[in-house]
Ligand binder design. Structure first.
Ligand code: HEC
Length: 191
């Protein structure tokens, strides 16, 4: 609920044109679109995870695979459609592609780890505008990200460098990182 409220406030802020020092350079519609796309992406994950959690039969390899991998596919689709970069980033990653790639990502993760009340934030630099949105661990995630000895066999086989286990509910699992490149900012109409 708090999460939804924060996002709504952020969208309201974007609509009214306050609270963002960068507003003059950015099309607010692109920012709102990024927020919405990431919320949908996160809902995809939580929906799929609760499906696995509530399954009455023993989950098969296929059901196990169908939680976070589709999130990666959808992230790529969002990136392609909009001309953005969309990444999932985690200090304790399962897929090594998701480890922080630069100081910007490391600093953003540290910021979210230090301030659990911060749901998401924006940042600009010469690359463009970055949107960071936290991913917290929920009970439904523990089937695959909980105690190490309970991690499903397919994960152990497929992700030999896996670090994404032993999480507890409420831990910071990672973040989404959207980069709306500077070019789009420059061509966007001023509000
Ligand atoms: C059915 C098993 C399963 C469940 C349940 C699950 N995950 Fe994952 N998770 C995975 C796998 C497998 C990957 C690696 C996917 C890939 O290669 O992109 C992954 C990757 C991730 C990543 C990307 C970063 C990384 O470590 O590679 C995040 C973030 C993540 N999971 C968060 C969650 C959250 C939050 C939940 C609960 C809402 C959850 N997961 C539930 C299996 C699962």
């Amino acid at each position: 609920m708090r999460r939804v409220l924060m996002v709504m406030l952020m969208l309201l802020g974007l609509t009214l044109g306050w609270s963002l020092p960068v507003q003059a350079a950015v099309d607010p519609a692109a920012l709102g679109k990024a927020v919405t796309a990431i919320e949908r992406l996160d809902q995809l994950r939580t929906g799929l995870a609760s499906g696995v959690e509530n399954t009455t039969t023993e989950p098969t390899l296929t059901t196990f695979k169908e939680v976070c991998a589709p999130v990666g596919q959808q992230a790529r689709a969002i990136a392609q459609t909009n001309g953005w970069q969309v990444r999932q980033v985690a200090a304790r990653y399962r897929n090594p592609q998701h480890q922080p790639q630069n100081l910007t990502e490391e600093a953003a993760l540290a910021e979210l780890a230090e301030h659990p009340q911060v749901q998401a934030f924006w940042e600009t630099d010469d690359q463009g505008i970055h949107y960071f949105r936290r991913i917290d661990v929920q009970a439904s995630c523990l089937v695959c990200h909980g105690a190490r000895d309970k991690v499903p066999a397919f994960v152990k086989n497929r992700y030999p460098q896996d670090l994404a286990y032993d999480f507890q509910v409420g831990d910071l699992r990672g973040m989404y990182h959207v980069l709306i490149p500077a070019l789009q900012m420059a061509t966007a109409p001023l509000p």
